[in-house]
Design a binder for this molecule. Structure first.
Ligand code: HEM
Length: 413
């Protein structure tokens, strides 16, 4: 045939080989990573009125294994130490998560739970909120927690016909009753140690904060961020490098995250005082609700890390780190962001081998914008002096030497 005549044959062979290689690698990718054709092409959304419409996917996470030997009184918090020797780079800093790692509970559960109950009694409606269009997503989160917690922590949670029971607190959660007896995000927060926020995609492709329970945030308030897009949340907080280094990748990341691929990230700060809920050197959390306070010119800016006051002794400084998880729920497409706080006296973690030297290097390596954001000027003299002394002691005692100085540096520990 004319088609195979002359010098067209080699061209056809090349095209055939190229199509075969491309086709097989796409098929391999599909079968390895997804359960659904929509996911494969990333075309899970169509635009509805005001909100993006998610096409539910059939994904089901693997069953969580019971946490080995988990005990409400004996299992210690995981010691996250997410700082490295300098130089410091601004990045998203995310890593993949295994399903068993989604929610971490430990022997501080009673303390966190009690603090949350106090917060609910004091100012509950300001700390948890669910927009009407986010209600279904929040209910899916509750379904997921009620499935996961008894799998992972069977000695604490028991499945029931309508939800779960907490064997320690005696709380019984009915997640099927409509309307629910309380805000669904507040309900979620009473189950776990984390705070939790949910992001929903609007028709413009931006993700917005439309459901959350933010009880132990340290330095920000839900009422200042509720309804905002991911960019507005971070820009209004002057997060360093956001426009230049984070915004584009975070926007893409949120649009692409799939139900089968959850992620983790950690951060850290220094605060004064041991209150999980609020860093007291920022001033009062509710300064704008007190008559005469604002008008008196005492404090008119929204509190954030950079507005903290300084000058406190090292014994009052606490290392505060959050372990954050991100996942997309398969039915509603909502993105769940959990953030669990770990709080330790600086004087306690500085006893750990290698920590004072590594932490001092990390704090010194922040650029001016990061230092301003984290309020370094308020505590650097006391903190660095103390960490340098502790590092020197560890070197003199032979705990740290040229050979092992970086061996413990396996992020995020
Ligand atoms: C890939 C996901 C995300 C990344 C990479 C990211 C990144 C950051 C960074 C770098 C900061 C500065 C402090 C720190 O180091 O943590 C920050 C602060 C913050 N982020 Fe995110 N973030 C993410 C998701 C979210 C989500 C889903 C929320 C929704 C509530 C959120 C809310 C905040 C808030 C409230 C602050 C404090 C802002 C302030 O100081 O006013 N972030 N984020």
């Amino acid at each position: 045939m004319a088609l195979f005549a002359g010098n067209q044959l080699p061209v056809l062979v090349i095209v055939f080989v190229a199509v075969t290689i491309l086709g097989s690698s796409l098929l391999k990718k599909y079968f390895r990573s997804t359960t659904n054709l929509f996911e494969f092409f990333g075309n899970t959304r169509t635009t509805g009125q005001g909100f993006a419409k998610w096409i539910p996917v059939a994904f089901q996470r693997s069953v969580a294994q019971p946490y080995p030997n988990w005990d409400l009184y004996a299992t210690k918090p995981i010691p996250y130490r997410p700082f490295r020797y300098g130089p410091y780079y601004i990045t998203m800093g995310i890593r993949k998560m295994q399903w068993d790692e989604w929610i971490e509970l430990d022997n501080l559960y009673p303390k966190y739970h009690a603090r949350k109950l106090e917060r609910i009694a004091e100012r509950g409606s300001k700390l948890s909120c669910t927009a009407p269009e986010a209600y279904d997503g929040a209910c899916e989160l509750l379904e997921e927690l009620c499935a996961y917690l008894p799998e992972r922590y069977p000695s604490l949670f028991q499945s029931t016909a309508v939800g779960i029971d907490n064997r320690y607190t005696g709380e019984s959660f009915n997640i099927l009753k409509r309307p629910l007896v309380e805000d669904p995000m507040q309900m979620a927060a009473r189950m776990i140690q984390d705070d939790v926020a949910m992001m929903f995609e609007k028709a413009d492709g931006e993700y917005h904060l439309l459901a959350a329970s933010v009880m132990l945030p340290g330095a920000w308030r839900l009422k200042d961020k509720f309804g905002m897009s991911l960019s507005e949340i971070h820009i209004s907080g002057d997060v360093p490098g956001y426009k230049a280094k984070l915004e584009k990748s975070m926007t893409k990341f949120f649009q692409r995250i799939q139900p089968q691929s959850p992620f983790l990230r950690n951060n850290y700060f220094f605060q004064v005082g041991d209150d999980l809920a609020w860093n007291r050197s920022l001033g009062l959390e509710n300064f704008d609700e007190i008559d005469g306070y604002n008008g008196g010119g005492v404090k008119t800016v929204k509190p954030h890390w950079g507005t903290a006051s300084g000058g406190e002794a090292i014994e009052h400084h606490y290392f505060r780190t959050e372990r954050q998880s991100l996942r997309r729920l398969p039915r509603t497409g909502a993105i769940v962001f959990t953030f669990r706080t770990y709080l330790h006296p600086v004087t306690q973690i500085a006893q750990e081998p290698g920590v004072p030297g590594r932490l001092a290097s990390a704090v010194r390596s922040w650029g001016a914008d990061v230092a301003k954001y984290k309020g370094r000027a308020n505590y650097e003299d006391a903190l660095l002096k103390y960490l340098d002394e502790k590092h020197k002691e560890q070197v003199e005692q032979g705990i740290i030497n040229e050979d092992n100085i970086k061996e413990k540096e396996t992020y995020p520990y």
